[in-house]
Design a protein around this ligand. Structure first.
Ligand code: PGA
Length: 253
């Protein structure tokens, strides 16, 4: 069985104080509900990770970075390594988000190396893939997502692939208010699981958490999360308010 995960991606939002407040509220809200079998992750901007790790201590909330540089150290002005993140107590790293691919020119080679760097430090990559609108309209979504996974993850040994969490995020659904229908999400997740099983076998495919991302909110999370191959969500906008984020986590109940 794949682990259930709900991860918030704060993107470039929240000052230090606002982020601290949000995590305090989340801690408080989560202490009132039973979410034992759901792993809850939040991803603040780099600069606030250290403080947020401290605030989350003693709770079940896990902390993720939104990006990482692939090299261990050196002359890469402005960049952050997996080793640095590990030293802060960060447990997860979002890799290959479509905004990084689109606005910062991340390519398959960079993404594959980032996955390696994160795994080498014992952190969990939350690897993002997904098609753009035109690829969906022309019916090529499976081919595109399959190609991304193949070129960015299939160099991993089975042992390392086990450490990866996959987030399927149709680019046309991110921040647009347009959500994939529960059936569209299920079809893609089933495709991804089958695609993984062809390379790594059924056991690993069944254990891999495949999250859905793209305009997920409390009002639509339950109908998406109840689908067989959907193991949770990567949540942008709706992770910025404790009430909404907890509403989405509760969609599993
Ligand atoms: P959204 O973002 O929930 O605001 O659509 C999801 C994501 O980009 O991870």
């Amino acid at each position: 069985m794949a682990r259930k995960i709900v991860a918030g991606n704060w993107k470039m939002n929240k000052t230090l104080n606002e982020g601290v407040e949000l995590v305090k509220e989340l801690k408080n809200e989560l202490s009132k509900v039973n979410v034992n079998d759901v792993t809850v992750v939040v991803s603040p901007p780099y600069v606030n990770l250290s403080e947020i790790v401290k605030i989350a201590e003693g709770s079940s909330i896990q902390i993720s970075a939104q990006n990482v540089h692939q090299e261990e150290s050196g002359a890469f002005t402005g960049e952050i390594s997996a080793q640095m993140l590990q030293s802060l107590g960060v447990g997860y790293v979002i890799i290959g988000h479509s905004e990084r691919r689109e606005y910062f020119g991340e390519n398959a080679k960079d993404i594959a190396k980032k996955v390696d760097a994160v795994i080498a430090q014992g952190l969990t990559p939350i690897y993002c893939c997904g098609e753009v609108k035109q690829e969906r309209e022309s019916g090529n979504q499976n081919q595109i997502v399959g190609m991304q996974i193949k070129s960015e993850l299939y160099h991993l040994s089975p042992e390392d692939f086990r450490k990866v969490v996959i987030a399927y995020e149709p680019v046309w659904a991110i921040g647009t208010g347009l959500t994939a229908s529960p059936d569209q999400a299920q079809d893609m997740h089933a495709f991804i699981r089958k695609f993984i099983s062809e390379k790594y076998g059924n056991d690993i495919a069944n254990e891999t958490s495949i999250l859905y991302g793209g305009s997920c909110k409390p009002s639509n999370a339950a109908e998406i999360f109840c689908k067989k191959d959907v193991d949770g969500g990567l949540i942008g906008g709706a992770s910025l308010k404790a009430e909404d984020f907890v509403g989405i986590i509760n969609a599993f109940n």
